[in-house]
Write a protein that binds this ligand. Structure first.
Ligand SMILES: Cc1ncc(COP(=O)(O)O)c(C=O)c1O
Length: 366
């Protein structure tokens, strides 16, 4: 850790890695791991080495065809995390002005600080269901804005931005000569209404995504960036700083996963459908929380109407063996994030405990 730059630390990531675990873990945002044993993989399908210098050709073909783009618009990365880091490093120089949504996924902000960007924010209001407000976005754009950043689906609320709104974001950004980076890692969870990437909405869009969250494949780290070919060149040059030859077994597993995505998708779809019904029943039974019912994604982000969330989350963990993400990590201290993408028994048990904890918390406050 760099003591000279204390603000260039993702407190959220440190918390998520070290402190978020609990018997009933509702702090996760990715579908629980897909069992390797259920993938049709033989040891002969894996190999230690043997790759193209800039992406393993069979994998690059599949990623390009999945996204309906030419291969020279794709950078393969280890997850959306690396995709965001590489993409932002490629398009930003120190002092560049960037407009990023609030609330947002904390590592995006941390990367911007690390890169020395000048950060401006546009608000996604809780009382508007965290929907994108184009007028607010336009108000916050300046002639100096170089990049606009948002997540679709939004993290933490899982709110969807439709194509028409997203296209307008691209047009507004283009007016001041800015690009738009859309983190689409959760867009993959729209199983029944698959969306094309925002990359297709205008030449100033860059998108990042991965197979990690929607499919329970975090360990394979199969991620990608879609960008115009000149930027892709620059991004591969930045990938050069991170490795010479990639993790080839992961590339091979990525191919096997992509070739079997239908079966992986159907397991995730049925898990999320079941769990979404549970979380929606929970929300409608708890008027002490303010939250629209879940329609998309893997998380909801309710507001606790009374009492301090930090106290509530601590009590939930210490006395009810259940974890959620405190809203402070999303700059929304009156909210907390519930992930309903774990095993159904865990989600059910966690929601029951959340109910008991809310009752006990409010009794103590009376
Ligand atoms: C918005 C967003 N982008 C990226 C990531 C990281 O994705 P990956 O696991 O593919 O690195 C996360 C993880 O929580 C996320 O919420």
């Amino acid at each position: 850790m760099n003591d000279l730059q204390p603000d260039v630390v993702s407190r959220y990531m440190a918390w998520a890695k070290l402190r978020s675990n609990a018997r009933f873990n509702l702090a996760i945002s990715g579908v629980i791991d897909y069992p390797l044993a259920e993938l049709p993989v033989q040891i002969e399908d894996l190999e230690i080495g043997g790759t193209g210098p800039y992406g393993y050709a069979p994998l690059m073909e599949r990623l390009a065809s999945k996204a309906c783009v030419p291969e020279n618009c794709v950078v393969y990365t280890l997850g959306a995390s690396m995709a965001n880091y590489i993409a932002l490093s490629a398009v930003l120089s120190r002092g560049d002005e960037v407009l990023i949504e609030q609330p947002t996924y904390d590592p995006l902000l941390t990367i911007l600080r690390q890169l020395g960007a000048k950060i401006r924010r546009f608000e996604r209001r809780a009382d508007h269901g965290f929907r994108l407000d184009l007028e607010e976005l336009e108000r916050q754009l300046t002639p100096n804005t170089r990049l606009v950043i948002l997540c679709n689906l939004h993290n933490p609320s899982s709110t969807l931005t439709d194509d028409a709104t997203m296209r307008r974001v691209g047009e507004l950004a283009a007016k001041v000569g800015a690009r738009v980076l859309v983190d689409e890692v959760y867009l993959e969870t729209l199983f029944d209404q698959p969306r094309r990437s925002a990359f297709h909405l205008g030449s100033n869009f860059i998108t990042t995504a991965s197979l990690t969250k929607a499919y329970g494949l975090s360990g394979i780290r199969c991620g990608w960036i879609l960008a115009q070919p000149d930027l892709v060149q620059r991004m591969w040059q930045i990938v050069d700083f991170t490795y010479g030859s990639p993790v080839h077994p992961a590339e091979r597993l990525g191919i096997i996963a992509l070739d079997n995505l239908d079966r992986i998708r159907s397991r995730a779809r049925s898990l999320l459908e079941t769990n979404r019904a549970l979380v929606n029943a929970f929300l409608s039974d708890h008027p002490e929380l303010d939250c629209e019912p879940s329609r998309f994604g893997t998380t909801v982000f309710p507001r606790l109407k009374a009492g301090r969330v930090t106290d509530f989350v601590e009590m939930l963990r210490d006395h009810f063996e259940t974890s959620v993400v405190p809203g402070e990590f999303f700059e929304q201290p009156q909210h907390f994030r519930i992930g309903f993408c774990g095993a159904t028994d865990t989600v059910r048990g966690g929601l029951e405990r959340l109910s008991d904890a809310l009752k006990s918390f409010h009794q103590k406050q009376e």
